[in-house]
Design a protein around this ligand. Structure first.
Ligand SMILES: [Zn+2]
Length: 284
């Protein structure tokens, strides 16, 4: 039923795009896979964590035909304003695809942190030769840096990548994640990357607040793992109008469908996508 609904929504959205311009307060969200999305407002299109081909055997990967569409700039992946990357784990970043994409589309700025640039450069010798195309923004953890790029205000926020402990060592200690807060035609979007609640708590303990409010918050799914108490915290600290959960392993889709239904009783505008190219338009 849910799939059918999303399918029907996708059809109506496609018609909308074909025959009329997106209205000023609409944001079209197209799922690529994992934390990868195409976002379209009335005058901008942004790709985030879009080009990757490895899900570590656990996480969703874009079908090859979707990656081909992105690489060939085939609609809806044409006229991209910005390409954002949260971090360089393989389920977010394929260096070879990103290198090739930026070579093809030299007018698309690539916004990410220095560690991601170093990682891609290590795989693709000469990548740094494209540096005129890069916006390398590297805040320290619990700091942020703001810049307007292609008339899109972007705040890059250093939030600690979620931890994964083995033998009491955090195997993600050196992985550097940034979250993005950006504004597309007045619509405020937050994309967390891979973080858990402690990262937000740490940031707020040092900066008093994370954001005033956002329209659409893209959240790593475990930010809501404890259910209503986590949701309360997110509503208090991020104050979103819509929440899109992301990075849900396909094996946990059913579990999270049930969790989302419960959370919707308190906050109806929670969603997540199961299939690549599922698409929805939200009105702000
Ligand atoms: Zn990661």
């Amino acid at each position: 039923m849910r799939t059918l609904l999303i399918f029907l929504l996708a059809i109506s959205v496609n018609l909308n795009i074909t025959y009329s311009q997106a209205s000023h307060n609409n944001l079209q969200i197209t799922n690529i896979a994992n934390e990868g999305f195409l976002l379209e407002s009335s005058t901008h299109k942004v790709l985030i964590d879009a080009l990757f081909s490895d899900g570590y055997g656990a996480f969703p990967v874009p079908p090859k035909e979707v990656t081909d569409k992105i690489m060939n700039s085939t609609a809806p992946f044409d006229n991209i304003s910005l390409y954002l990357l949260t971090h360089y784990h393989k389920d977010h970043c394929d260096p070879i695809l990103i290198n090739e994409y930026l070579s093809k589309y030299k007018n698309i700025p690539f916004v990410t942190s220095k560690p991601s640039i170093v990682f891609i450069d290590g795989t693709c010798f000469g990548f740094i030769g494209k540096k005129k195309q890069f916006k390398i923004i590297t805040p320290e953890i619990n700091h942020s840096i703001s810049e307007t790029i292609q008339s899109i205000p972007v705040q890059v926020i250093g939030l600690k990548h979620l931890s994964f402990y083995r033998d009491s060592i955090d195997l993600e200690e050196t992985m550097f994640n940034v979250s993005f807060l950006f504004e597309m035609d007045g619509i405020k979007i937050f994309h967390s990357g891979d973080i858990e609640l402690n990262a937000i708590q740490d940031y707020i303990s040092k900066n008093n607040k994370l954001v005033d409010s956002v329209d659409v918050a893209f959240l790593y799914y475990n930010l809501l793992k404890s259910g209503e108490s986590d949701l309360d915290y997110i509503l208090k600290t991020i104050n979103p109008k819509y929440i899109v959960l992301m990075h849900i392993p396909p094996g946990k889709n059913e579990e999270w469908s049930k969790k989302a239904e419960l959370l919707k009783k308190k906050f109806p505008n929670i969603m997540f996508f199961k299939n690549s190219m599922d698409s929805i338009t939200v009105t702000i």
